[in-house]
Design a protein around this ligand. Structure first.
Ligand code: FCB
Length: 491
């Protein structure tokens, strides 16, 4: 049987389908103390011994802050139709409150102008995890005031860029912010308190709703509004499979989709977590604020998650795909265990399961048929090797990443064909970057970054993705050769 999307059976995406790449501020920008930027929780966390691999920090990262124009040219050379980036809140409001820092806003204004000048659609995320440390010092996302501060920040950014950004995303993966940040301790601020995690869930949902309202009030170019969630596609095992799946689906997925898209918290979520919190932090009117019409729902997908009810005797397994830092990301559900999954795996240890993406898109379409979707992240880390050619140019041959992307794009295409209103696909990531707790040990880029020299080298996957972006048709999985002018090495 031919592989879908090879030369024999080309798969084409619609003319207005957004094919782009994604990054996040703290992961690529560097310049952590420049031009008035204040510290974020990720600065504090990464500078705390034992929190990140090799004590890596985002101080320099891929130095994107200083290489903006070159990186914009790089995106243009890849034929990207859209670029998803995030804004650093502490670059714009160093303490999370008060007047805007003009230099911070100026950086993002130049970024947006640079994208538009190159015909690339700007997709801006307001929050990809870098909370101003000053707000964390007052309780962070466990403090309702943080949601209100976020609304003010949204207004400031909307006033500055609200004539040019095409798609606004309020939050990236609030699941990670809440449960890894306040529950398991794997992410900043590194707290391990289940009640705090659930409080954060609600305040993040509220922050989203308030921010959408603020943006709507000030934007002038009729943009689209969205939020990006990392869905857990669950595989249940054992006698209690359905119960294990139901519990984790409530905590991980429906804790966000139901208030955002239906205006209420699921009853089973409230019951499951009753021993952890009474949810008294939900105030009258909050759900009305949260329940804002969304033009797009952003979907991040990498792997599936296997769950089983724990029998209480054997050692409880905790293979939920994240670093074990002592706490639990699953408040109220200690009876669920997370099983290792069969391969193949990426360098993150995450299983490769493109069918999971198709199932997720179909499931979301069934649950929320009116809701347009966009894949805002999908991609893979592998152990890449930079090779030097005789003429001193460089290359990275990454057939596994090309194969991963090909299979997931084919899965997305199947969902599209089945009637899912899917508007685009963003590969994670444009370039190698600071992979949170894993520091620089994991490379997700389609562009290789040499952190010593900051030289960018197009991996084979970047050349492959360029052909996809330019033709809107899935190219073959065999490595694509570089056209003469662009070469495989830059910088
Ligand atoms: C997602 C994050 C992104 C990156 C990828 C690998 O959870 O949004 O920043 O770390 O995983």
């Amino acid at each position: 049987m031919p592989i879908p999307g090879n030369a024999h059976t080309p798969l084409s995406f619609p003319a207005d389908f957004l094919l782009g790449s994604a990054t996040a501020a703290y992961q690529i920008e560097g310049a952590a103390t420049e031009d008035g930027r204040g510290p974020s929780i990720w600065d504090t966390f990464s500078h705390t011994p034992g929190k990140t691999w090799n004590a890596d920090t985002g101080d320099v990262a891929a130095d994107h802050y200083h290489r903006l124009d070159d990186d914009l040219d790089l995106m243009a050379s890849l034929g990207l139709r859209a670029y998803r980036f995030s804004l650093s809140w502490p670059r714009i409001q160093p303490t999370g409150r008060g007047p805007a820092n003009p230099k911070g806003l100026d950086f993002y204004s130049r970024l947006v102008d640079g994208l538009l000048a190159r015909g690339i659609t700007p997709v801006a995320t307001l929050y990809h995890w870098d909370l101003p440390q000053a707000l964390e010092d007052q309780g962070g996302w466990t403090n309702r005031a943080t949601a209100l501060a976020f609304a003010d920040y949204a207004r400031i950014v909307g006033e500055a860029l609200g004539d040019r950004v095409a798609i606004w995303t309020t939050l990236n993966e609030p699941w990670c912010s809440a449960y890894l940040g306040y529950g398991s301790g794997a992410h900043a601020p590194g707290r391990t308190d289940g009640a705090a995690a659930l409080t954060a869930v609600h305040h993040l949902n509220l922050a989203h709703g308030l921010a959408v309202q603020q943006l709507r009030a000030v934007t002038t170019n009729s943009p689209q509004y969205s939020i990006t969630l990392n869905f857990h596609v669950l595989r249940g095992h054992g006698d209690g499979a359905a119960e294990a799946v139901r519990r984790i689906d409530a905590l991980a997925n429906r804790a966000f989709t139901e208030p955002l898209l239906r205006g209420h918290y699921p009853k089973d979520l409230l019951n499951d977590t009753a021993s952890v919190t009474d949810w008294a932090f939900v105030q009258d009117g909050d759900l009305t604020d949260i329940y804002q019409p969304l033009d797009l729902l952003g979907v991040n997908y990498y792997a599936t998650t296997a769950v089983r009810l724990w029998d209480g005797t054997s050692t409880r397994q905790n293979n939920d795909g994240h670093k074990d830092m002592g706490g639990s990301a699953w408040p109220g559900s200690p009876q669920v265990e997370f099983l290792p999954q069969p391969g193949p795996h990426t360098a993150m240890g995450w299983n490769i399961d493109p069918d999971g993406l198709e199932e997720l898109l179909l499931d979301l379409h069934t649950r929320y048929p009116e809701q347009p979707l966009v894949i805002t992240e999908n991609g893979a880390a592998f152990d890449d090797h930079l090779t030097t050619r005789p003429d001193d140019t460089h290359a990275v041959h990454d057939p596994e990443r090309v194969d991963y992307l090909h299979r997931h794009l084919a899965a997305a295409h199947r969902a599209l064909t089945a009637g899912v209103d899917l508007r685009g696909y963003f590969v994670w990531s444009l370039m190698d970057n600071f992979e949170w707790g894993y520091g620089y040990s994991k490379r997700f880029g389609i562009v290789h970054v040499d952190y010593e020299t900051q030289r960018r080298t197009l991996k084979d996957s970047a050349l492959w993705f360029r052909e996809l972006a330019l033709t809107r048709t899935l190219p073959p999985t065999a490595p694509v050769s570089a056209p003469p002018k662009l070469g495989a090495s830059r910088g």
